[in-house]
Design a protein around this ligand. Structure first.
Ligand SMILES: [Zn+2]
Length: 529
C-alpha cells in the first residue's frame, strides 16, 4: 500500500483571512459537508476564541455526521502568566468541543519578546502547559509551530526547543508553518531534515505553507518529499495576502504525480466541482488559469498544438483533464489552423473533412473576419453560425429591412430617452415595430424581440446577461472600429455572440441578431417551440 497523505483543510479558518472572502455560518456548514464528501481528513472549522460565529459553527456541526473528516478548532497557546483553565481562549476551544484541536505557539524568539512581550522560557511553558491541558479535553491535539522556518533561520536552537516542548507534552502532530510564505522549497526540505534529527523517530510532522513567494504548493510537496504526511491548505489557495497552499493542487499532485494515497481515487474527478462550489460561496470569480481545474487549464489555441493534441493528448497536456473533472477546450482565434476548425465543427456535429472545399472556405471566412476585428473566443455561437452559413445553411428566421435609433434629451433635465424602430420580414410578413429603452442597444433589443415574439414565443425565455464593448485600434479615437460581445442565456444554456463595425450601434445589432438567430436554431434542433 502506498503512503497516505492526510489533508488538513483550513479554508474555513485561514481561507477566510483572504481579502474579499467571507462565509456565512450556513456556507461554512455546506463547505464542510462538501469537503467531507471529497474525502479530506481534517476540516479546521474556525477560531472560537476570536469569533462568536465560529463558536456557533461548532455547535451546529456537533451532531452532524462526517464520513471521513475530523473537525478541528483552532486557537493559540495560553497567555503568559495564567494557568490554562483560566485562559479564555483555551476555554472557548474546550467549549467548542470538536474531536480535534489545533493550537499555535511561537517558534521565533523575536516574536516571543516583541509580540507576546514575555520571556523565552515562559513561551516554552505556555506551549507545554497548553498542549498538556488540551490533551485532557480532546482526542487529538495538533501543534502549529508558527513562523517555524523564519524562527529556525534566526535562532535554530530556540525554534527546535519550542517543537520539543510540544512533543514532550504529547502533541499528536507537530506542524511546521511557513507563516510569512517567503521560504523556498530547497530550504523547506533542508530544515525538515534537521528537525528529523532532533525529534523522536516516528513523531508525526505536518506542513502549513503560504504562497507569498508563489511556492505554497511547491513547499508542501517538498515537505511530502521529506516524508511529511500531514499537509495543510485551503481550497483554491484562498488566504491571507497571497493565500495558502491550494488544497486542490496539492491533492492532484500527490495522487497523480507522486502516486501516493490521499482522498478516495474515485473522488479525484470532483476536484473541479469542489473548487467551483467554494468559489461560488466565497463569491469570487473562478480563476481561469487555475492549475488542473481552471477553464484554461486544458485550453488549446495554437493550430499546431491543436492538431498534435487531437492525435496524442500527451503532446501538450501534462495530465488527462477528465481525471480531475475538467475537460479539453479548443479556442478559436487568429492562430486557428484547420485543426481548430475541424475540432470545433465536430463539437457542433458538423462533419468537415480536412482539405475539403468547405473546410477551406470556412477557414478563409474566419481569417477575413478576424482581419476585420472579429474574435470568436467567448463568441462561440457566432462561430457556429459562421460555419453553418459557410456550409450553405443560411436560411435565417427573419430578414432585416432596416432599423433606426434616436436618442433624445429634453431640456437637459431628464435622462436621455432612446427609441428604436425596426423593420423586418418574418415568414413573409412585414413587421414594423418601435420600442424605447434605457439606452440605444436596450431599445433595439426590445424592438427586435417585440417584432419577433408572436412568431417565436420561446424568445421570452431568453435574456441578455452581459454586454461588453471593446474599441479596436485605439489610436484612431472615435474613428476606430468597435467590437461588441454579448452573452445571452435561456435557462438551458448560455452563449456568446460578437459584432464588429465602425459604430457601436451596428456592432451591437450584429451581436443581437446572432444571439437571437442562434437561440431559434437551437430550439429548432431540439424540437422546442
Ligand atoms: Zn496560515
Amino acid at each position: 500500500m502506498a503512503r497516505e497523505i492526510k489533508i488538513y483543510d483550513t479554508t474555513l479558518r485561514d481561507g477566510t483571512q483572504g481579502e474579499g472572502v467571507a462565509f456565512s455560518m450556513e456556507d461554512k456548514v455546506r463547505i464542510a459537508q462538501r469537503l467531507d464528501a471529497l474525502g479530506v481528513h481534517y476540516i479546521e472549522g474556525g477560531w472560537p476564541g476570536s469569533n462568536p460565529k465560529d463558536l456557533r459553527f461548532f455547535r451546529r456541526v456537533q451532531d452532524a455526521v462526517f464520513k471521513t473528516a475530523r473537525i478541528s478548532a483552532f486557537g493559540a497557546t495560553r497567555r503568559p502568566g495564567v494557568r490554562p483553565p483560566e485562559d479564555a481562549n483555551l476555554q472557548a476551544l474546550v467549549e467548542a468541543g470538536p474531536p480535534v484541536v489545533t493550537i499555535f505557539g511561537k517558534s521565533w524568539d523575536f516574536h516571543v519578546t516583541s509580540a507576546l512581550g514575555t520571556t523565552l522560557a515562559e513561551n516554552l511553558n505556555m506551549i507545554e502547559d497548553s498542549v498538556a491541558y488540551l490533551l485532557k479535553h480532546f482526542e487529538e491535539v495538533i501543534y502549529d509551530a508558527e513562523h517555524f522556518f523564519d524562527g529556525f533561520k534566526r535562532n535554530r536552537a530556540y525554534a527546535l526547543k519550542t517543537l520539543l516542548a510540544a512533543e514532550g507534552a504529547g502533541a499528536h502532530c507537530l506542524v511546521l508553518c511557513d507563516t510569512n510564505g517567503g521560504t523556498l522549497p530547497h530550504e523547506i526540505a533542508a530544515i525538515i531534515r534537521e528537525v528529523r534529527d532532533v525529534v523522536k523517530p516516528g513523531t508525526p510532522l505536518g506542513i502549513h505553507t503560504h504562497n507569498d513567494a508563489e511556492c505554497g504548493v511547491a513547499n508542501a510537496l517538498a515537505a511530502v518529499g521529506e516524508g511529511i504526511d500531514h499537509v495543510q491548505g485551503t481550497v483554491n489557495g484562498y488566504g491571507e495576502r497571497c493565500g495558502n497552499a491550494n488544497t486542490i493542487s496539492v491533492i492532484a499532485n500527490v495522487m497523480l504525480k507522486l502516486g501516493l494515497d490521499c482522498i478516495p481515487p474515485e473522488n479525484l474527478r470532483d476536484l473541479r466541482d469542489v473548487s467551483r462550489f467554494v468559489s461560488e460561496l466565497a463569491n469570487r470569480k473562478p480563476w481561469h488559469s487555475q492549475p488542473y481545474v481552471g477553464d484554461s487549464a486544458f485550453a488549446h489555441k495554437g493550430g499546431i498544438h491543436v492538431s498534435a493534441v487531437l492525435k496524442h493528448p500527451e503532446t501538450y497536456e501534462h495530465t488527462d483533464p477528465s481525471l480531475v473533472g475538467n475537460h479539453r477546450r479548443v479556442l478559436v482565434s487568429e492562430l486557428a489552423g484547420q485543426s481548430n476548425i475541424l475540432w470545433k465543427a465536430r463539437e457542433y456535429g458538423i462533419d468537415l473533412d480536412k482539405n475539403t472545399p468547405d473546410a477551406r472556405r470556412i477557414l478563409e471566412t474566419l481569417k477575413r473576419l478576424e482581419d476585420e476585428g472579429f474574435q470568436f473566443e467567448g463568441a462561440e455561437a457566432s462561430f457556429e453560425l459562421l460555419i453553418e452559413r459557410a456550409l450553405g445553411n443560411d436560411r435565417a428566421h427573419f430578414d432585416l429591412v432596416g432599423y433606426r435609433v434616436i436618442v433624445e434629451e429634453e431640456n437637459g433635465e431628464e435622462e436621455p430617452v432612446a427609441e428604436a424602430t425596426v423593420r423586418l420580414r418574418v415568414k413573409g410578413i412585414a413587421e414594423h415595430t418601435a420600442a424605447s429603452g434605457n439606452g440605444p442597444v436596450d431599445a433595439l433589443d426590445r424592438a427586435l424581440r417585440k417584432a419577433l415574439s408572436d412568431f417565436y414565443p420561446s424568445l421570452a425565455e431568453m435574456s441578455l446577461m452581459d454586454y461588453k464593448v471593446r474599441i479596436l485600434d485605439e489610436s484612431k479615437g472615435t474613428g476606430a472600429r468597435t467590437r461588441v460581445l454579448i452573452t445571452s442565456g435561456d435557462g438551458n444554456e448560455t452563449w456568446g455572440t460578437v459584432g464588429v463595425a465602425d459604430n457601436i450601434i451596428e456592432a451591437s445589432w450584429q451581436a443581437l441578431v446572432d444571439s437571437i438567430e442562434y437561440k431559434l436554431r437551437r430550439d429548432d434542433k431540439a424540437g422546442r417551440r
